[in-house]
Design a protein around this ligand. Sequence first.
Ligand code: MN3
Length: 214
Amino acid sequence: MLYQLPSLSFSYDAMQPHIDALTMKLHYTRHHTACVGNLNKMLEGSEKLLAMSLEEILYDIRVVPEAIRQAVRNFAGAHLNHSLFWHTMAPSGGGIPGGSFGKVLNDCFGDFYTFKQTFTKTAMERFGSGWAWLGVGPYNDLEVLSTPNEDSPIMYGFRPILGVDLWEHAYYLTYQNRKADYIEAWWNLVNWQRVGELYLHCAETSRSAHPAKP
Ligand code: MN3
């Protein structure tokens, strides 16, 4: 199937003051839109790839012909990454997750602040363009990781449930080179309810569908 831009459940100015309206608009209508267009162009005519999910393609990127492999890696990753970014963002987000997911997070990291510190440090240490993630590992364990460019955590054996875009286009209009301020502001937008739902979905679906990488 060909891919479409997901609709946003909020307006461009809803994330202010943490992320400005122009950044949100350009990020969604230009960056993400271009990725979807390019992804569809790459997949056009390939019945085999169009029959697979993007997750399946990225998990085994070698199924993609070499001539378009890097482009598919970039655009499929970008589409999934940004779709998750919008989905797990809310104007009334932030705070500390509770419920069963909050417990899992505490079990994995000790407490929320240790997790937040680890995630922020990982994001700060990403040199150049990329993302920081909270991913679900093969044993439903939670891991903080970072990927370069638009690589999806799926390529590294993790299903992402939360991610922050660390490309300069995600923050430069407001924060310029103050990446730490952007990351600190972004924590106020995390929709923990949706992150928890995504974790539950990962935990419920068999890990045989996503076996650990050798
Ligand atoms: Mn981006």
